[in-house]
Design a protein around this ligand. Structure first.
Ligand SMILES: [Zn+2]
Length: 401
């Protein structure tokens, strides 16, 4: 399987200029190809094939008016075309309904103002990690890398990304053989919640770290401030960069937290089960969805690939299972509960249940995992107020689940 290893780059001014050129040429090639396909489509001509596009690119490099395309690695330009072709194939497949997952958008023109610029070098481009720790990229130079962890083996490709905060990253693709971890406790169900980041079927509740929650609140405030600034003004531009930097910091911190937690859960358990987020999001307000789903989907993706990497089982509860309405002890469906109800008594068996742990046990059971339901039971009348909630809930939250 393929894994990505990301590192921050510290390009010097001459590298930045060369990257800028490469991003520009890649954009030009993609936009040119897109325009050719659109024009053919409008004129009722056949679809311009991948081979034809590639031949046109080679020809345009001999055109003296476009000689500047030769200042950039040929592999970068061919890869830009390859990415466009993949985007087209995914788009057509999603039109036919042949591709699982969300509808794909039609490939669109790229702009200098896009918040993310990227180019890719494959092994053909002969990029190289040098003995002095720098990354040698053809027609760019030897770029310093912050090696936050070692690369485990020879990468098959590297993508250079410039994000909206103006930072550069190298993302290496590494081929890895799945390995095995020592046997661990059997299984765990996970409820991704609003009051805690995750609640486990064994009764543990995991909150996002305090600094991350504070940073997320901070970011929301800055974003509101930005939307009040006048469009096109210098102040807005300055504020936009500041928000982008803050956003990047929050995203990094969140990713670190997700990595640590997902690694721990995969190490500790033979099998993990989570609810499908599309199902989870049903009935959720727009605000809550946008704030939380962004974090969850990245986390669930990590759980899934780490499970594959270490030979653990990963289960996603796809069909609609009323995990917070069903008593995990007797299996009777008790009806919807408003979100503020943190503990409830089952009308059938009389057990007092913690809302989130009960849901986590149900997630595990729906996946066919054998877990104990002991953790879900609470003392009668025990319904602790959850401090974290005030900060993460939108005011008009009247969700029932
Ligand atoms: Zn019951």
């Amino acid at each position: 399987m393929q894994l990505r290893y990301n590192y921050r780059l510290d390009p010097q001014p001459r590298h930045r200029i060369a990257f800028g050129k490469a991003f520009g040429c890649a954009r030009f090639v993609v936009n040119d190809a897109l325009a050719a396909r659109e024009a053919a489509h409008r004129a009722g001509l056949p679809y311009v094939t991948d081979t034809e596009l590639s031949a046109r690119l080679t020809a345009s490099k001999h055109d003296p008016a476009r000689g500047w395309l030769n200042d950039v690695s040929a592999v970068v330009l061919q890869q830009a075309l390859a990415d466009l072709n993949t985007a087209y194939r995914n788009f057509f497949a999603s039109l036919k309904g042949g591709r699982a997952g969300p509808k794909m958008a039609k490939p669109r023109l790229r702009s200098r103002k896009d918040h993310r610029q990227a180019i890719r070098f494959t092994a053909n481009a002969r990029f190289k990690v040098l003995g002095n720790g720098k990354l040698r990229l053809p027609k760019i130079g030897d770029v310093p890398v912050r090696w936050s962890r070692p690369l485990p083996s020879q990468p098959s490709s590297v993508t250079i990304v410039k994000d909206s905060a103006g930072r550069y990253f190298a993302s290496f693709v590494i081929e890895t053989e799945p390995s095995t971890l020592p046997q661990a406790a059997p299984a765990v169900g996970i409820d991704l919640g609003l009051s805690h980041f995750a609640v486990l079927s064994d009764g543990r509740k995991i909150a996002a770290p305090q600094f991350l929650r504070r940073a997320e609140r901070n970011l929301k405030r800055r974003q509101r401030g930005l939307s009040r600034k006048q469009k096109g003004s210098r102040n807005r531009d300055k504020a936009r960069v500041k928000v982008a930097r803050a956003y990047a910091r929050v995203a990094d911190a969140r990713r670190d937290f997700h990595h640590q937690l997902s690694t721990r859960l995969i190490r500790e358990n033979q099998a993990v089960a989570v609810e499908d987020l599309a199902v989870k999001a049903l009935g959720r307000t727009r605000v809550a969805k946008s704030v939380h789903d962004a974090g969850w989907s990245g986390f669930v993706a990590m759980l899934e690939y780490k499970a594959r990497l270490y030979g653990r089982h990963f289960h996603r509860i796809g069909r609609f299972t009323p995990t917070s309405q069903t008593c995990c002890l007797c299996g009777v469906k008790d009806g919807p509960k408003p979100l503020h109800v943190r503990a409830w008594q089952c009308r059938a068996c009389g057990a007092w249940l913690d809302r989130d742990i009960n849901a986590a046990v149900n997630v595990a059971k729906a996946a066919g995992l054998a877990v104990t339901a002991c953790g879900a039971q609470v003392r009668p009348g025990f319904a602790p107020a959850q401090r974290g909630e005030a900060g993460t809930h939108p005011k008009s939250h009247r969700e029932t689940a």
